[in-house]
Design a binder for this molecule. Structure first.
Ligand code: CA
Length: 236
């Protein structure tokens, strides 16, 4: 058993956030607040650096100021969406930038926050944005970086090659794909798939994971299920 349980564990400790804000004091304050709330934070002080960092696709959320030197926030956002980076974006706007705000939402921002804001609201917005993960193609198909999970056929597909999964393998894969780059504690996988009352043990999950790894390698899928020793697994 683990010292920390439930969503706090999954939802906050391993989340990675990018702050793009040129007012250094505000950027550093934001970073401090987020770090204190157990997020991992990177900071960029101009739009161009922010764009380069965001392009890596490793973030769970991007907090993006609109008025920035280099590329402005809207340009960064448009360029990211053009590059198919779907990381949730929280735009920071000044009160006078209503036009930009509307424009930003049109360009694929997920939410906005008007400066000045209170810490509680910022954290609530970030939590809401990081909760919604993975790209849902439709109800029966789920995609992540080109890898596709199909509920109807209970299979996973990469570049036209697919492989059948057992129901439990499918459910574990679905959980991993909905939370990419996050460590899923084994305890959490059991709760989600077998329920609280089950007597499934950790080594049962290990077996399913090893089956899944084999199947992913059969179709040459460009993802890996990594082991976080003593904790759980993550999809990378
Ligand atoms: Ca600014």
């Amino acid at each position: 058993m683990y010292p920390v349980k439930k969503d706090e564990f999954l939802g906050e400790i391993y989340m990675r956030i990018l702050v793009v804000e040129d007012e250094m004091q505000l950027a550093d304050a934001l970073s401090e607040i987020l770090k204190r709330n157990m997020y991992t934070v990177d900071t960029s002080y101009n739009g161009t650096d922010g764009y380069d960092n965001a392009l890596t696709g490793v973030y769970d959320c991007i907090i993006l100021d609109i008025m920035l030197p280099g590329m402005n926030g809207i340009e960064v956002l448009k360029a990211l969406r053009r590059e198919k980076i779907s990381t949730p974006v929280l735009l920071l706007t000044a009160r006078s930038e209503i036009e930009d705000k509307i424009n930003g939402l049109d360009c694929g921002a997920d939410d906005y926050l008007t400066k000045p804001f209170v810490t509680g609201e910022l954290l609530a917005r970030v939590r809401a944005l990081t909760r919604r993960k993975g790209e849902i193609v439709d109800e029966t198909r789920m995609g992540y970086n080109g890898l596709e999970l199909n509920k109807n056929t209970c299979s996973v597909m990469w570049e036209g090659n697919d492989v059948k999964l057992s129901l439990k393998e499918y459910q574990i894969m679905e959980l991993l794909m909905s939370n990419p780059h996050q460590i899923l504690p084994k305890e959490r996988i059991i709760e989600k798939i077998w329920g609280y009352e089950s007597d499934v043990e950790y080594n049962n999950i290990e077996v399913y994971i090893s089956f899944l790894r084999k199947k992913l390698s059969v179709i040459s899928a460009p993802v890996q299920i990594k082991t976080a020793r003593g904790i759980g697994y993550s999809l990378e």
